[in-house]
Design a protein around this ligand. Structure first.
Ligand code: SF4
Length: 84
């Protein structure tokens, strides 16, 4: 069974970036895929997952978090929330 929150961390030149997806609240709209198509995908259950943490620039990941209709994506840099 999938964990309720997908929690992935990456290192970038700007610092440590952490992307969290709340799998309980994700409604599978695909907006995150639109904004950051190389980072986000939908799994077989139609729930968002991170496929490539380095796939798109940090700004796009933040835009994806802002564009999520259910606020299921949270982005942190060095422990500080930068999105949504
Ligand atoms: S934008 Fe939000 S609700 Fe839509 S698929 Fe991505 S995480 Fe899920």
């Amino acid at each position: 069974m999938e964990p309720p929150v997908e929690n992935l961390t990456r290192l970038s030149v700007m610092g440590e970036i952490q992307i969290k997806i709340d799998r309980q609240t994700c409604m599978g709209s695909g907006n995150c895929q639109f904004w950051a198509p190389s980072v986000f995908d939908l799994d077989d259950d139609g729930v968002a997952v991170v496929v490539e943490v380095e796939g798109d620039p940090e700004e796009k990941v933040v835009l994806a978090a802002r564009g999520c209709p259910t606020q299921s994506i949270t982005v942190f840099r060095d422990g500080e929330q930068i999105g949504p």
